[in-house]
Design a protein around this ligand. Structure first.
Ligand SMILES: [Ca+2]
Ligand SMILES: [Ca+2]
Length: 233
């Protein structure tokens, strides 16, 4: 897959993943998280980017088939969108280098997203693990409204959660704001998560992202609410 440059090359990867899920379910598995980041973002390969976008779309359709055929519910961790946000505005998530490998196999790689040409650092894996856990706990990162989508509808919910937590808990009883709101994986939900929330809405790779709203609208809404520092762009 890392060498793929077209949808025709991505298709076998989808078929393989679909069969893997069928095999796992046949063996009794029930909590499955299939997805891939945009492989065009890893240092080793740029050409795989479009193929990974194709894979992501095909994988979503495969997940629909699997749920219908096997009568299961798949947890759909959107690693692609999460990694796109992370590589787009790394500082919003505590990273200072999201494009080049750390390059020091013995080093702590503080601030680096990638360890080498392929693999995320400990901090990179921790970010994805945090996103997976939030999904499994029923409060996906950024979905403060609890409707299963991350979009403009989450802005007022996020503002309410930050300014009137008791009111938020009453209005959105199914969502744990401390989990869904800690988008930057800092260990707490606070104003610092606004920037990482906005980073999820950048329009680059728009064909791959299911989020239709541009980040400017999110930033404007947050600034109007007085919650977003104006120097952040
Ligand atoms: Ca939502
Ligand atoms: Ca946080």
């Amino acid at each position: 897959m890392r060498d793929a440059t077209s949808i025709s090359q991505a298709a076998p990867a989808v078929a393989n993943l679909e069969q893997h899920v069928r095999d796992l379910v046949a063996e009794g598995a029930h909590d499955i998280l299939p997805n891939l980041p945009n492989l065009g973002r890893i240092p080793e390969s740029i050409a795989a980017g479009q193929a990974t976008i194709d894979l992501r779309e095909s994988l979503s359709l495969a997940a629909d088939r699997l749920e219908n055929d096997l009568l299961i519910e798949l947890y759909r961790l959107d690693v692609f969108t999460a990694m796109e946000a992370l590589t787009r505005d790394g500082e919003a998530f505590g990273f200072t280098n999201v494009t080049l490998p750390c390059g020091n196999v013995d080093g702590p790689c503080v601030g680096d997203l990638f360890w080498d040409e392929i693999h995320p650092t400990t901090a990179g894996h921790e970010f994805l693990g945090h996103a997976a856990l939030s999904l499994l706990l029923g409060s996906p990162l950024g979905d403060l409204s609890g409707d299963g989508m991350i979009n403009l509808g989450d802005v007022p919910a996020m503002m309410l959660a930050l300014t009137d937590r008791a009111g938020y808990d009453t209005a959105y009883p199914t969502v744990d704001a401390d989990i869904a709101g800690d988008i930057d994986n800092s260990g707490s939900f606070d104003l610092g998560d606004l920037r990482s929330f906005a980073a999820m809405f950048e329009p680059s790779a728009a064909t791959a992202l299911s989020v239709p709203e541009p980040s400017a609208l999110i930033l404007t809404a947050l600034m109007l609410a007085g919650l977003m520092p104006r120097q952040i762009s």
